[in-house]
Design a binder for this molecule. Structure first.
Ligand code: ADP
Length: 376
């Protein structure tokens, strides 16, 4: 532990948004109403499609954008009317926002200089942070002489050198290539474990969300669709929106009808045992479908995508598209009708009107119809 690790861990603050709203004008209501509490030291990833309000939310916490209504509390202190520099947050931007004419050391020390921190302490903190981020050999370089990954590390260094209680990240990895994104993800996760700052990380990349987050906040048109751990979001999506947003390829969603004992597709095929009646949306992930001889559910194969480690089959089932992830080496006749079994314990049921998940829809203690049970 360095002095900076210890200081940040001690400063890690909780963040509370109470009835926060944001409208740019009467027609552009970006956040209709938001209530959420982030725990001290927690790493929250805000995930959602472009334009759903992620950056606006982050900028309101940072103070770069005003709230239209509601309160923001950081460490129990109301901050929505405070200047950014008085909120105890540091921000890392997508475009790094480094000063091009300053060296790495000067970029990192700049905010300390403005705050009147002594030269000796600035030098000490720069050395500590540079060592932490593998930048010790680059301190005399200008940003133009660094790689994208190194620049992003300088931007992170510049943020943590101030020992903030809250670190805010606005899509910080999106300018990096795939390999570097992966490496930076690992570095960020490691850094978070060491310094423990309350972190809010905005992205539209589900892999970043799944790998970095303690909890993922899924935003849709300024509303919270779900706020939970990556595992809970993957295994128990609260809505069709979440189900389709997390997982690659995304969860299959099939229109089904309950006849009082089973769920049927439009062509009459039974896909699950179910006591209810009416129209529903059934969710099943591509990896929870097995191709096997004698499988009770039939689909027509349309296309195969070989990814090396596994294959994705695109099929048609009762007039609806279905994706199946098959393990490497599976014997599949590309011209035939596929025989499938759906993993019954891994089905999801959604309300046809609200698109919200129906919890405990499948009572696993009841016996499934023979045609399905046989292949569980
Ligand atoms: P995200 O980060 O999820 O992509 P943003 O928070 O940047 O989304 O934007 C949310 C919505 O607010 C978008 O529809 C965007 O066009 C709108 N918006 C953002 N900034 C402004 C602004 N300064 N004036 C008007 N509308 C804005």
């Amino acid at each position: 532990m360095t002095a900076i690790d210890t200081a940040i861990r001690a400063a890690a603050a909780d963040i509370e948004l109470i009835g926060v709203t944001k409208a740019y004008d009467a027609k552009t209501v970006v956040i209709p109403q938001l209530d959420v509490a982030l725990r001290p030291g927690e790493f929250t990833v805000v995930l959602g499609p472009s334009g759903c309000g992620k950056s606006t939310l982050l900028q309101m916490i940072a103070g770069l954008e005003r709230v239209s209504g509601g309160k923001i509390l950081i460490g129990g202190r109301e901050v929505q009317n405070l200047e950014p520099k008085h909120r105890g947050c540091a921000m890392v931007f997508q475009n790094y926002a480094l000063y091009p004419h300053m060296t790495v050391a000067e970029n990192m020390a700049y905010s300390l200089k403005v705050a009147g921190v002594s030269k000796a302490e600035r030098a000490e903190r720069v050395a500590t942070v540079a060592k932490m981020l593998g930048l010790a050999d680059f301190l005399a370089r200008k940003p133009g002489q660094l790689s994208g990954g190194q620049r992003q590390r300088v931007a992170i260094g510049r943020a943590i050198i101030r020992e903030p209680g809250v670190l805010l990240f606005d899509e910080p990895l999106s300018n990096l290539d795939a390999q570097l994104r992966h490496d930076m993800r690992v570095e960020l996760a490691d850094l978070h474990r060491r310094i423990g700052a309350t972190s809010v990380f905005v992205t539209h990349d589900q892999v970043e969300a799944m790998t970095l987050a303690d909890r993922i906040l899924i935003l849709n048109k300024g509303h919270i669709e779900q706020f939970d751990t990556p595992k809970a979001i993957y295994h128990h999506p609260a809505s069709i929106f979440v189900a389709k947003f997390i997982g690659s390829p995304p969860m299959n969603i099939l229109a089904v009808t309950g006849d009082g004992s089973a769920l049927r597709l439009a062509d009459g095929q039974v896909v699950a045992n179910f006591a209810g009646k009416g129209s529903f949306q059934l969710g099943i992930r591509p990896e929870d479908i097995t191709v096997k001889a004698g499988g009770p559910i039939k689909a027509q194969i349309r296309y195969r995508e070989d990814l090396g480690s596994h294959e994705i089959l695109e099929a048609d089932i009762a007039g609806q598209p279905l994706r199946i992830a098959t393990p490497f080496g599976a014997e599949i006749d590309p011209t035939s009708t596929l025989s499938l079994s759906f993993s019954q314990a891994r089905l999801h049921l959604f309300d046809n009107g609200t698109s919200r998940a129906i919890s405990n829809a499948f009572d696993q203690t009841k016996s499934a119809p023979a045609s399905v049970k046989e292949y569980q």
